[in-house]
Write a protein that binds this ligand. Structure first.
Ligand code: G16
Ligand code: MG
Length: 214
């Protein structure tokens, strides 16, 4: 029986992929190559450092570790400029309604995000108060599809993995949930999130009853 809900941030509660895209594109352009939205799709749920490594490989560029650190910091400064201007209007459809409903039904809630900027985003969009625990990129050493981020969330909430369901838009995130022994609800396309126990287009399509039926 499900007792706790673990939420990915980008692509599930808010759409920050567009800001990541703009910042990575600007960075790629300064190095003399372009970066497409198709490539951006492959960075969903992937950590900052790993994203940079992929982009450099796509551009055919080699950098030292010191240079990589500078590039990641530069990208992040542009990204932070954009997310500090976010408003609650940017929360994805049905999110506030669904979080309110499951909270009232007695489920515990945790965030399980790869982002090191989750606190800023949750604060700017006024979602922070829904979460009993927050686990993000600052607290984990292994990226999704490793289950660390969700296992940490479950343990902080005090529940066993099988009592938890993860909400994820990334293939790597769904895999992390399943490897951790949890249920997974995919947010996106059924043909893409094939490992998920259920797939919907957004939180606006879910009710408390869907959790009871898992
Ligand atoms: C998010 C995004 C990724 C991003 C990562 C790290 O993960 O989906 O594209 O690269 O966080 O973000 P930051 O540079 O802010 O630390 P999630 O797990 O919330 O989808
Ligand atoms: Mg995501």
């Amino acid at each position: 029986q499900i007792k706790a809900c673990l939420f990915d941030l980008d692509g599930v509660l808010v759409d920050t992929a567009v800001y990541h895209y703009q910042a990575w594109k600007r960075l790629a352009n300064t190095m003399g190559f372009d970066f497409t939205e198709v490539q951006n799709e492959q960075l969903k749920g992937v950590s900052r450092v790993e994203s940079l490594n992929k982009i450099l490989a796509w551009g055919g560029v080699t950098k030292t570790d010191t240079e990589k650190e500078e590039l990641a910091t530069l990208k992040n400064s542009w990204y932070v400029d954009m997310i500090t201007k976010m408003t609650p209007a940017e929360v994805l459809p049905g999110t506030v309604e669904f979080l309110t409903a499951i909270h009232q039904a007695g489920y515990k809630l945790a965030l399980g995000s790869a982002s090191k900027n989750s606190a800023t985003i949750l604060e700017r969009t006024q979602l922070a108060h829904f979460f009993d625990e927050i686990v993000d990129g600052n607290m984990v050493t292994k990226s999704k599809p490793d289950p660390e981020v969700f296992l940490k969330g479950a343990s902080l909430l005090g529940f066993k993995p099988e009592e938890c369901v993860v909400f994820e838009d990334a293939v790597a995130g769904v895999e992390a949930a399943k490897r951790g022994g949890m249920k997974a609800i995919g947010i996106g396309e059924k043909s893409v999130l094939t490992e998920a126990d259920k797939v919907v287009s957004g939180l606006d399509k879910l009710t408390v009853k869907d959790l009871e039926e898992l």
